[in-house]
Design a protein around this ligand. Structure first.
Ligand code: RUB
Length: 323
């Protein structure tokens, strides 16, 4: 028969797609929580029906945004823990596994922060892009070590996640200078580090992160400012070990150009279809423009991240719900 997923799973999927829940780590956490809710509330009358329901829930969550590999990695991890001969056993093992995933995720971010903080010295100025909880964890740990840190925060068009970063840093008392993205190169002269997060890390050490990261990294290299990427191992993209590329999400035109602004641009145009808007959400920074990838397992030069990827995801293939 048909398999209905819980309304809470559909809500979480909508929240991810509409970016009310956003950022790779937060998305992974929310997806694991949604699978746990699905397991708790399941009305399945057989083990097979329960498993079908969980797989359908995973697929619903997966089909929201394509770039952050933390999402399929989280779904796969939770589903692999689904074990037992009865619905009760399956429910128990799945919720426990989701809980374990969420605890580990939180702990990994703290550990990563402590490692990343070692790169930051007292008085350093850090330039950020977008909003990354992994990157902020490094600053938080540095502050806890008693270091004074200042931040130059890039606004991050079109959705201005820089405001979320600025808000968090100000809550911690960090002096913040907010700049438009186009001012980044000018202000690199005042920065000691570029510090960003990642949505996915490819096997060759390429970093997939918010659109604008690659240009920032090129400019930082030219200015001699080291680029530090804070990324838990949940951001390592296993499919790239076998040559797959990471899909870059394209988002709606309206994020860049609201309808009334579009109408203004085309007001005197001979026709309405000659203006197109491209809105890629992410880009790829090649490994040669990255100085260090900081994970909870230590700091790596991008070229050697594949070693860690093999160790952690060696045999991983296929869609996350085909476990
Ligand atoms: C968010 C983004 C973040 C990474 C890392 O993009 O690019 O830098 O997801 O974040 P969006 P975290 O706003 O489009 O989701 O370190 O919190 O996982």
């Amino acid at each position: 028969g048909t398999v209905d997923v819980d309304a809470a799973v559909v809500d979480t999927a909508d929240d991810i797609a509409e970016m009310r829940i956003r950022g790779a780590a937060t998305i992974a956490d929310a997806a694991a929580e949604a699978l746990a809710i699905q397991a708790e509330r399941s009305d399945a009358d057989s083990p097979a029906a329960f498993q079908r329901q969980l797989r359908t829930a995973a697929k619903t969550l997966y089909e929201t945004r394509p770039t952050a590999v933390s999402l399929p990695n989280a779904l796969r991890y939770v589903l692999r823990g689904m074990e037992g001969e009865t619905v009760a056993d399956l429910r128990e093992t799945t919720t426990a596994r989701a809980e374990e995933f969420r605890t580990d995720l939180e702990q990994a971010q703290v550990t990563l922060g402590e490692i990343g903080a070692n790169r930051l010295r007292d008085g350093d100025v850090v330039m950020t892009h977008c909003h990354s909880t992994d990157a902020l964890s490094c600053i938080e740990a540095a502050l806890e070590d008693g270091k004074e840190i200042e931040a130059i925060v890039k606004e991050t068009r079109p959705r201005k996640q820089g405001h979320i970063t600025a808000r968090q840093l100000r809550e911690w008392g960090v002096p913040v200078t907010l700049v438009v993205d186009n001012a980044a190169r000018r202000y690199l002269d005042e920065a000691d580090h570029v510090l960003v997060g990642a949505d996915s890390i490819a096997a060759d050490g390429s970093v997939i992160n918010k659109i604008g990261t690659s240009g920032l990294a090129v400019n930082a290299r030219e200015r001699g400012v080291p680029v530090m990427v804070a990324a838990q191992t949940i951001k390592l993209h296993p499919d790239t070990m076998t040559g797959q590329t990471v899909e870059i999400e394209m988002r709606a035109e309206e994020e860049v150009l609201p309808p009334e602004e579009r109408a203004d641009i085309v007001a005197d145009a001979p026709n309405d279809d000659g203006l197109s808007v491209e809105n890629p959400a992410f880009d790829v920074t090649p490994p040669r423009h990255v100085d260090a990838i900081v994970t909870e397992r230590g700091q790596f030069p991008p070229e050697s991240i594949v070693t860690l990827m093999r160790e952690l995801f060696g045999e991983t293939t296929g869609e996350p719900w085909e476990v």
